[in-house]
Design a protein around this ligand. Structure first.
Ligand SMILES: Nc1nc2c(c(=O)[nH]1)N[C@H]1C(S)=C(S)[C@@H](COP(=O)(O)O)O[C@H]1N2
Ligand SMILES: [Mo]
Length: 328
């Protein structure tokens, strides 16, 4: 039997700082490394328990079972306690427990989302108007973080294609950018230059239009907790988690492939496509296996990572003819 012994679990994401940022802010960098080193598995487990209560009892947000192919994995869902206390949301800090600790005060109403760029109907949506553009569905997706851990989360939302159709992209729209709120008054993590703020992610238009690409407003049958990206976030289940931006305030349709925050931070490690691929290792660690959060302790066997995170039947054809080793 092959058991995996967890290393001290230094968060590779947060120990990865762009050279430029490191020069400009060495003190910040040292603080990041200290934080990452402090975040051992045992340490963060303790803090996780301590902050498990930080997720407020949510308001119910039910969704009908999705009929989109592949949208309902039968795998055991991750305990809500784990999904709401072990997070990446660097606007609130780089430790896994920071979002649950610091996002509680984020003001999620009133909230609006600006849709602009290459569309016939650019407009600012109030959150309540926006939520009515589609029928809420439950989608149970695997979430695979580039750091080598995964969860199974029951989201509530609808296909982003509902919004895209409503704003009618022009013939020039080839990519879609997703911009997260960047408010230093509410987000203590913005003091660090670990990333270029605001957090910006992007998809190619056909990826954005794919029925599995979800605009999520809830999880576990309730409105999204703030640490998970309230009041709305993207979920792209076949890509590494960082492609799914949280707490979105702007969606922009553009002609040229935009640079994303993680590419700006380090484009030799975080490419534009970043499809989950067990055959292409991160330059500093293997992507062949993953640790399922909430599944046992330190000696739990790792799982094999699946091509396109298990969504290859649905999305594989989007990349026909592309060199998947190149477009990591
Ligand atoms: N705005 C923003 N969105 C973000 C991040 C972030 O730091 N800021 N982290 C990403 C990463 S690395 C992952 S793995 C997922 C984690 O989502 P979860 O905390 O809801 O599991 O959010 C992604 N979206
Ligand atoms: Mo991630």
């Amino acid at each position: 039997m092959h058991f995996f012994k967890d290393h001290g679990f230094i968060d590779p994401h947060s120990s990865q700082i762009a050279p430029r940022a490191a020069y400009e802010s060495r003190r910040d960098w040292l603080r990041q490394v200290a934080l990452a080193a402090a975040g051992t598995t045992l340490g963060s487990f303790a803090t996780r328990q301590a902050h498990a209560q930080a997720a407020p009892a949510g308001v119910a947000l039910p969704g009908v079972r999705s009929t989109v192919a592949g949208a309902l994995t039968m795998e055991k869902t991750t305990p809500r306690t784990d999904a709401t206390s072990y997070n990446n949301f660097y606007e609130f800090g780089t430790d896994k427990s920071d979002p649950a600790r610091h996002a509680g005060a984020l003001k999620t109403r009133p909230w609006s989302v600006v849709v602009e760029g290459e569309v016939k109907n650019p407009r600012r949506f109030d959150l309540d108007q926006l939520m009515k553009l589609g029928a809420m569905e439950e989608r149970v997706y695997r979430l695979r973080c580039v750091e080598g851990w995964s969860m199974v989360i029951p989201w509530v939302g609808w296909s982003l294609s509902n919004l895209i159709k409503a704003v009618e992209p022009t013939g020039n729209a080839r990519f879609v950018q997703f911009v997260t709120l960047a408010d230093p008054a509410q987000m203590p993590g913005l003091r660090s230059s670990v990333l270029d703020w605001p957090y910006v992610e992007a998809l190619r238009m056909d990826e954005a239009m794919h029925p599995l690409t979800l605009l999520a407003f809830g999880m576990y049958g309730e409105v999204l907790p703030r640490q998970n990206g309230a009041p709305l976030r993207l979920v792209v289940p076949w890509k590494y988690g960082f492609k799914s931006g949280k707490s979105l305030v702007k969606i922009r349709f553009v002609e040229k492939q935009p640079r994303t925050s993680w590419e700006v931070a380090n484009d030799s490690e975080y490419g534009f496509y970043s499809n989950v691929n067990p055959n292409v290792d991160h330059p500093r660690w293997s992507q062949a296996t993953e640790r399922r959060i909430g599944e046992g302790g330190l000696l739990t066997r790792k799982r094999a990572t699946l091509m396109f995170n298990g969504y290859e039947p649905q999305v594989g054809q989007l990349y026909a003819g592309m060199d998947l080793k190149k477009y990591f």
